[in-house]
Write a protein of this length. Structure first.
Length: 183
């Protein structure tokens, strides 16, 4: 076995263990930390493919910023107690999720069988040649897709502000010894 194969097998195992941890962990903070494990494993796979920029973005943006945002929301909302999974608020939620999962899996298998996953030309231009990958990616992102980039950043800010507003709780009323209510 070559070194590349060993690195791939270890990184793939880390990714799979982290992904399973995200699903099976009952505590949301532990699930978010399992997500960090998955994202670091993916970054190692990017490094193995000589995509150092994508590996750095994976660690800085996803494992750094996005997971910290998840943890912030988890802590802000106080989701530290487990919910009763026997109570089903939406009766059609699980069957709909099952149908959606089976359909996505079927589409993935169909794409693999037809060979439509690889070999497509890049919409942003060629990523090899005289210019560096980062230059081509930056030119494409900040010229052709700048509107979508800015809309995404605004949506993330709106999501954080909305979470903070929804998580605010009114102050509790406390009665002192005399029976007077204080806030």
């Amino acid at each position: 076995m070559t070194v590349e194969t060993v690195v791939f097998l270890i990184a793939a195992t880390i990714v799979l263990v982290g992904a399973v941890g995200v699903i099976v962990r009952a505590h949301p903070v532990h699930a978010a930390l399992s997500l960090v494990l998955t994202l670091f494993g993916i970054a190692v796979l990017f490094v193995a493919q000589n995509a150092d920029f994508l590996a750095a973005v994976q660690v800085i943006v996803y494992a750094g910023a996005i997971v910290v945002l998840f943890l912030f929301v988890i802590m802000l909302l106080g989701v530290d107690q487990a919910e009763n999974l026997r109570i089903e608020p939406f009766r059609l939620q699980r069957p709909a999720a099952l149908v959606t999962g089976v359909a996505l899996f079927a589409l993935l298998l169909l794409a693999i069988v037809q060979g439509e996953i690889t070999g497509q030309k890049s919409a942003g231009g060629q990523l090899s040649g005289e210019e560096a990958n980062i230059m081509v990616l930056a030119r494409s992102l900040f010229s052709d897709y700048v509107f979508a980039f800015e809309v995404t950043s605004v949506l993330l800010v709106i999501a954080v502000v909305g979470t903070v507003i929804l998580a605010r709780r009114p102050p509790r009323e406390v009665a002192d010894e005399t029976g007077a209510v204080e806030r």
